[in-house]
Design a protein around this ligand. Sequence first.
Ligand SMILES: [Zn+2]
Length: 91
Amino acid sequence: MKKIQLICDCCGKEVPLPTGGEVALWTIRVSLSSSDYESPFRQKKAEWCRECIERVGMLPPIELEEKELPIPTPPSFEDLVRIIIREENAR
Ligand SMILES: [Zn+2]
């Protein structure tokens, strides 16, 4: 038998498995580099729950996000063509 557990790397809390299209854990990446040519590039990655993401201010509370942000309408084919033409003309 397999048992899948989703655990937040920040608070250690178990997160329920997603049932629909929601995100259970968010990937956080932190990288470090400097202008020194020989300085190594370092990167850390972790998976955090929504509560931890909200606590550090990277996303608004989900209640606000649902109220303030309308569901985005995907651009139509014509819109995409206009965007591509505008970008080509700008070059
Ligand atoms: Zn957490």
